[in-house]
Ligand binder design. Structure first.
Ligand code: SF4
Ligand code: SF4
Ligand code: SF4
Ligand code: FES
Length: 951
């Protein structure tokens, strides 16, 4: 904890031997290395301060915090002076008061206390310190040299910089360095000329600033402040909730006035984020009130008909009658549902319950199918649990950080900042990625090894790393003997030792020089605590599951699982990917990853739900599309997922959606999938409902309602209404009751309840009798499955090969400011940083094709073609091109193929053979897309004006 009794203690907590001292006559014991300022806070006092805050190292510039120390001359700053045994400190005296007053009067001469109307009025630290010291004006007058005319920087869309209010305390600079790790700010000039500048004295928007808000959070005055604070005014209440973007799961105080969010303040008590945030969660929440939100249920017979606005009950009964008609005609298995990784645990649980219990089929799947399903498979088989092994805090005990196929600074920015902090403290870094991601070279962080492998060769790389570990005698024999099954280990050891798996033999395949592989393997195996963090660059391959097995093998062989600082950690993309999987969203598993064929598990659910569940797994998403195209699958209920944009081979997906007789889409906006829908249930944003999300570290956190649902019902209530219309009663008055049911039915959630979440703040599952307050580190002492199991991971090249027609490999990823299909972030000012998907291409490949940065490039694959603008960059290696998929009209997934992971069908987004040529106009698909888009928006406009006239 940083704060003491909820108050800023001035300097960070430290660990050390106990030291006892006297502060104002009272004895206090604190760890050695603690500042006098923090010790005084621990003793219940509060020394005035301006440049100090407990999230940053002490700086000692403002001189407001002076104290007297017996036996010492002068008046030391309490924030920079450390405690000593027997020290006697006086924090209050007339002399100290006069000194502090003099300092504050000097500040006030350049920062008059004209507080009325200032956005920071009532929470400005200068205002507070001045009031405590009785300073209302400055004896020095206001006519001397000052900064009152300094020009404001208004360039950032979310926060303003008003330098006339700056007291040059440097908290913003230190926050950018220490908390965020971007080093975008400096104090230029000296003395009176000191001023905060961004990058090379540029406007913030043009600088290296990534708009995380850490500087805003740390600023003691209104110099850096959120724009809505000035526009909307002071908040009236605060609600603790969880970010709805990525799998870091940051906790926020949503500060609200009336029904308007004034700002989202990252919670210092949030265990996933520890007071930090990124540009998405901190600022990009405006989509929740965007004009594109649909607030009325709608129905239509054909996807080319105008939408007809209806009441909720009519929408439920129309959808239910269609599903029942279709089941009567085509059979029970002709329908299914998709749960959302953006919705709450409770909502995902209800959708899969509706499909299994009300529709009587296991045809339910989730968008994790297309991202982390191989994680579930690989970690379950090797370790016994389908989840990451650590808490995020664990990275601070890590000596070697191994990042494989993940780009944390863009995808998981708050965790990346923690990681960078640990790297600045001295941890080593290995990055395996085809691109030189930011972590490879960023301010004060440089990868010790960057393994720039060719897309599609992960398994060859992991085998060559394992080869070095085994053949160089780096296996942790004692760990393996005690904790792993011997026979599979021997089989694996014999396999990876084969000469064909040596780094030299595989260098041709991976493109990574053997000496880099050897160096990285040695570092990981011998460098102390080694932790692997991986992302979709591991899973989204034809051998995604094999690679997860390979990662777990390597971690077990080196003894790097089962304590803090180590582990195997999938970085989850969407906010609730972990949760949607936990909740039984896969067609073969009930909540808690228990197979539907297990009679004992089924009987528990049968008893609770009053049905007889099917024992056969249902259809996966790709199978649903196939079945739709062959005419056996006819109706689908999709909650909060946009398959027409996010799934591979767009033309195949849209053909399947168009073949359905009833498609029910529940979403905030008319997304790409909804353009094929017959029923639209308006969705609710995370601000409009109660529930829980589970982040990448298995942490269950509360989502709390901040405002009423725009369409009248939260998503869980709409699912309840649909189930009732299907004739299956769901009786819940609050999502806490759904969680109680989840806890009754899921062994890893037995001890979870809203009351406990309120008490503890958050809980990492498993949470049960054995671990009543949750489990930060898994597999301590033994693996969940008992003994860890090694698997042989034969490298099988993908069938997606380059040839003369398609000579380049396209790989995909995301950027910091946009999120997934962009439905949310595109409707915020984040588009000022990134407003179209671009194609990164190496200068050599660009030159061969006469392509320059900004040119239109036609990209064709075996699946289709699209056109993107080029960015010529050495971030990608020759032969590899890269793009993102945040904008529907860029059609990135028109090119990706239907190749998928052998075990889970997770699409091979990361490897598509393509050709790139300079072109002058959009592709045919893009022209058709724009026509259909215009047509569908026209059909929607009719419905929204009809809905308005009904009101
Ligand atoms: S918003 Fe973040 S990145 Fe930008 S200057 Fe502030 S701390 Fe640095
Ligand atoms: S902008 Fe704020 S935090 Fe930064 S130096 Fe000025 S007053 Fe301090
Ligand atoms: S890091 Fe992820 S969870 Fe945290 S604020 Fe950013 S998007 Fe939200
Ligand atoms: S708070 Fe100690 S010098 Fe500023």
């Amino acid at each position: 904890m940083l704060a003491i009794n909820g108050k800023d203690a001035g300097t960070p907590a430290v660990q050390g031997e106990p030291v006892t001292l006297s502060i104002d006559g009272a004895l206090v014991t604190v760890p050695a290395g603690t500042s006098i300022m923090r010790a005084a806070a621990a003793a219940g006092g509060a020394i005035p301060k301006l440049c100090a805050t407990d999230t940053l190292q002490a700086f000692g510039s403002c001189r407001v915090c002076l104290v007297e120390v017996e036996g010492q001359r002068g008046f030391p700053a309490s924030c920079t002076t450390l405690v000593a045994p027997g020290m006697k400190v006086k924090t209050e005296s007339e002399k100290l008061r006069q000194l502090r007053k003099g300092v504050v009067e000097l500040y006030v001469s350049d920062h008059p206390l004209n507080c009325k109307g200032c956005p920071a009025d009532t929470h400005c630290e200068l205002q507070g310190v001045a009031a405590d010291l009785g300073v209302t004006t400055s004896p020095y007058g206001f006519d001397g040299a000052n900064h009152q005319a300094a020009a404001a920087d208004d360039s950032n869309p979310y926060f303003q910089f008003e330098p006339s209010l700056c007291i040059a305390c440097s908290r913003c600079v230190r926050a950018c360095d220490e908390v965020q790790g971007t080093f975008a700010l400096t104090i230029a000039g000296r003395g009176f000329e000191s001023r905060v500048v961004a990058s090379q004295d540029e406007p913030l928007l043009d600088s290296e600033c990534v708009s995380c808000g850490a500087c805003v959070e740390s600023c003691p005055t209104a110099t850096l402040s959120e724009k809505p604070l000035a526009l909307i005014g002071r908040p009236e209440r605060a609600v603790t909730t969880t970010c709805a973007y990525c799998g870091v799961g940051c906790s926020f105080e949503a500060e609200v006035k009336g029904e308007q969010v004034v700002r989202m303040v990252p919670s210092r008590d949030g265990r996933a984020n520890r007071g930090h945030a990124c540009v998405k969660g901190r600022f990009a929440y405006g989509y929740a009130t965007h004009a594109d939100r649909i607030s009325t249920p709608m129905i239509r017979k054909q996807a080319t008909d105008p939408w007809q606005p209806v009441g909720w009950d009519e929408a439920f009964s129309y959808a239910a009658s269609e599903f029942r008609r279709i089941q009567a005609r085509y059979g029970r298995e002709s329908v299914g549902g998709i749960t959302s990784s953006r919705c709450t645990n409770e909502e995902a649980f209800l959708v899969q319950k509706l499909v299994r219990a009300a529709l009587g089929t296991n045809n339910v799947d989730t968008c994790a199918r297309v991202c982390h399903s191989p994680t579930g498979y690989g970690l379950k088989h090797t370790l016994g649990e389908s989840a990451g092994t650590q808490a995020f805090d664990s990275v601070m005990k890590c000596d070697v950080i191994f990042v494989i196929g993940a780009n944390p600074t863009d995808g998981h920015p708050v965790f990346a900042s923690r990681m960078k902090r640990r790297l600045r403290e001295g941890a080593k870094l290995i990055v395996a990625d085809p691109r030189a991601i930011d972590l490879v070279h960023s301010p004060h962080v440089h990868a010790d090894f960057h393994l720039p492998l060719r897309p599609g060769t992960n398994v060859a790389l992991i085998n060559s790393l394992a080869h070095v570990v085994v053949t160089a005698g780096l296996v942790n024999q004692a760990y393996v003997a005690e904790r792993c099954e011997p026979a599979p280990f021997q089989k694996w050891r014999d396999f990876v030792s084969q000469p064909k798996n040596s780094p030299e033999a595989l260098a041709e395949v991976t493109g990574v020089p053997a000496e880099l592989v050897r160096g990285a393997a040695r570092l990981y195996a011998t460098g102390g605590n080694g932790a692997i963090y991986y992302g979709l660059g591991v899973t989204e391959h034809s051998q995604g599951s094999t690679m997860v097995l390979g990662i777990a093998n390597l971690a077990m062989a080196t003894g790097n699982i089962g304590r803090e600082g180590v582990g195997v950690n999938p970085l989850r993309g969407q906010n609730n990917v972990q949760g949607s999987c936990d909740m039984g969203s896969f067609p073969h598993e009930l909540a808690g990853y228990r197979h539907v064929s297990d009679a004992a598990t089924r009987s528990q659910f049968d008893a609770e739900w009053g049905v007889q569940l099917e024992a056969e797994p249902g259809l996966r998403i790709p199978n649903m599309f196939e079945a739709a195209l062959d005419g056996s699958f006819k109706a689908l209920y999709v909650q909060g997922e946009d398959m027409a944009q996010s799934d591979p081979n767009t033309q195949h997906v849209t053909a399947a959606l168009a073949a359905l007789e009833c498609l029910v889409v529940q979403d905030l906006f008319l997304n790409e999938t909804a353009k094929y829908a017959h029923v639209f249930f308006p969705g609710s944003s995370f601000l409009e409902k109660d529930g829980t999300f589970t982040n990448a570290e298995r942490r269950i956190s509360r989502v709390r309602k901040v405002m009423q649902p725009l369409a009248g019902l939260a998503d869980w209530e709409a699912t309840v209404g649909f189930a009732r219309a299907l004739g299956y009663a769901m009786n819940y008055s609050h999502p806490s009751e759904i969680m109680d049911e989840i806890a009754r039915l899921t062994p890893t959630f037995t001890g979870v309840s809203y009351a406990k979440l309120d008490r503890l703040g958050s809980i990492q599952w498993p949470c049960n009798d054995a671990a009543p307050e949750g489990t930060p580190t898994m597999h301590i002492g033994e693996f969940v499955r008992g003994k860890g199991r090694f698997y042989v991971t034969e490298y099988v090249p993908t069938s997606e090969r380059v040839n003369a027609r398609f000579p380049l490999i396209l790989t995909t990823g995301r950027v910091l400011t946009q999120y997934n299909v962009g439905a949310q972030t595109r409707r915020t000012a984040n588009s000022q940083w990134y407003d179209e998907d671009a194609l990164e291409i190496h200068p050599q490949d660009a030159e061969d094709r006469g392509i320059g940065s900004g040119d239109w490039v036609g990209i064709s694959s075996r699946a289709g073609e699209t056109v993107l603008r080029a960015t010529v960059t050495e971030r990608v290696q020759p032969g590899v091109v890269y793009t993102t998929f945040h904008f529907p009209d860029s059609g990135a997934n028109v090119i990706t193929t239907e190749n998928s992971d052998w075990a889970t069908n997770c699409p091979e987004y990361k490897v598509t053979a393509v050709q790139a040529v300079k072109v002058q106009r959009p592709s045919d698909w893009q022209r058709r897309f724009h026509e259909q888009n215009e047509q569908q928006l026209g059909l929607l406009r009719g419905a929204t004006s009809a809905a308005r006239s009904r009101q």
